[in-house]
Design a protein around this ligand. Structure first.
Ligand code: NDP
Ligand code: MG
Length: 378
């Protein structure tokens, strides 16, 4: 990059967002930050703004907190996010908010021809057809941050020669636990992920393997790959981040330490590469072994639920995402057991009337309706 790349981060106060700022700090001469946005952690947002001196910050969640930072314009709410994503000064926007809040700003950035580093998987699960079609029409790059998709992005040279995608899953904290232990797990057991330190919602999804389910849908949209050509393999060490098999039987995998700094850096510097925080830290001789096994679909039925919703398509994945998220929140609030997340999501999907090609407004309406009904069911 000869000139500094101008970047904004939506969700800079989250797990991905804070790691992205660590990457940028290491590559300070490569980036200029246009905007940072947080949800309700206003104090952290202020500290980030004072350190990184963006032009704008946005306090995303409705809150009465107002802040003043010298030289920084403060924006608020979804309108603020829209303003950031309409600002054509940006070369790239990292969408690292959690949940459905990521969808509209992503579409706005696409409309404005701004490339996207996409962490927020809900955007593709809810509206992958629309998002990818609009990005293609606008000539906008969507570079995946999710480590598996980032791995696949690095492996693919020519998608037309790819036979299948092989997505790895760590298996989460219950891989070696009994079905009974998993069903009745406490919140702290579900949050104790053996490999990755992430936000709470995605960590619970990793314990049920719904995260892998959402990733199958994400991969389907990103790489335009039919669901029967997307496999999942459990790989507890999280060293192989995913792989692809070419038509000639050659398999190409991307490997590295389990650290989100690497995929975040890849996505925001693409197509260039630079020495980063985790450079020179990988050693084959320090890896004792790599294990692989088939996922246990009976113990982790959420994975099949996601395959089935993905294949159904249309609003099914909107329903899947909304019902699962509400159930995860209820689990985190201590209202239901871990296994109930699956049962509730399954019931919601069974009762859902599919709309084949929903518009964005319909997607949000369905999302709201499903959430309401899921809360009633809970
Ligand atoms: P976190 O919960 O750690 O962070 C979420 C971010 O979004 C925070 O900055 C939060 O602000 C902000 N936010 C939440 N709600 C709102 C809102 N209503 N308006 C504006 N901002 C809001 O999540 P993660 O960083 O773990 O994940 C972010 C996304 O990336 C998710 O979609 C996740 O699936 C995906 N992802 C994450 C990975 C990881 O390793 N963490 C790996 C792959 C994908 P605040 O905290 O200030 O309230
Ligand atoms: Mg992932």
């Amino acid at each position: 990059m000869t000139n500094k790349r101008k970047i904004s981060i939506l969700g800079s106060t989250g797990s991905i967002g804070t790691q992205a700022l660590e990457v940028i700090e290491k590559l300070k001469d490569k980036f200029e930050i246009i905007a940072l946005s947080g949800g309700s952690n206003v104090e952290l947002l202020r500290q980030q703004a004072e350190k990184f001196k963006p032009k704008y910050v946005c306090i995303g969640k409705d809150t009465n907190q107002k802040i003043r930072i010298e030289g920084v314009e403060v924006l608020y709410g979804t309108q603020g996010l829209e303003q950031i994503c309409s600002n054509k000064e940006n070369d790239i926007i990292l969408v690292a908010v959690s949940g459905k809040i990521g969808l509209r700003p992503t579409l706005t950035a696409i409309e404005n021809g701004i490339d996207i580093a996409l962490a927020n998987k809900e955007t593709l699960v809810m509206a992958g057809d629309i998002v990818m079609a609009r990005a293609k029409a606008a000539g906008v790059n969507i570079i995946p941050v999710d480590s598996e998709h980032c791995a696949i992005h690095q492996c693919i040279k020519d998608i037309s020669q790819v036979e299948k995608l092989i997505i790895t899953a760590s298996g989460g904290p219950f891989l070696k636990k009994s079905f009974e232990d998993m069903k009745n797990a406490t919140v702290s057991q579900a949050l104790a992920h053996p490999r990755w330190n992430m936000g709470r919602k995605i960590t619970v999804d990793s314990a049920t393997l719904m995260n892998k389910g959402l990733e199958i849908i994400e991969a389907h949209h990103l790489f335009n790959m039919p669901y029967d050509k997307i496999d999942v393999v459990v790989h507890p060490q999280s060293i192989v981040h995913s792989a692809i098999e070419y038509v000639d039987g050659s398999v190409v995998a991307q490997i590295g330490l389990p650290s989100m700094h690497i995929p975040i850096q890849y996505a925001i510097t693409y197509p260039e590469r630079f020495e980063g925080i985790k450079s020179k830290s990988f050693s084959f001789s320090q890896i004792a072994r790599l294990d692989f096994e088939k996922p246990d679909y009976e113990k982790f039925p959420s994975l099949n639920l996601a395959y089935s919703a993905g294949k159904t398509g249309g609003s099914a994945t909107v329903c899947l995402n909304a019902a699962n998220e509400e159930a995860v929140f209820a689990f985190l609030d201590g209202k239901i057991k871990l296994y109930d997340i699956y049962k509730i999501t399954q019931t919601m999907l069974q009762n859902h009337n599919i709309i084949k090609s929903p518009t964005i407004d319909e997607i949000f309406a369905i999302d709201e309706e499903v959430r309401l009904k899921t809360r009633e069911l809970i």
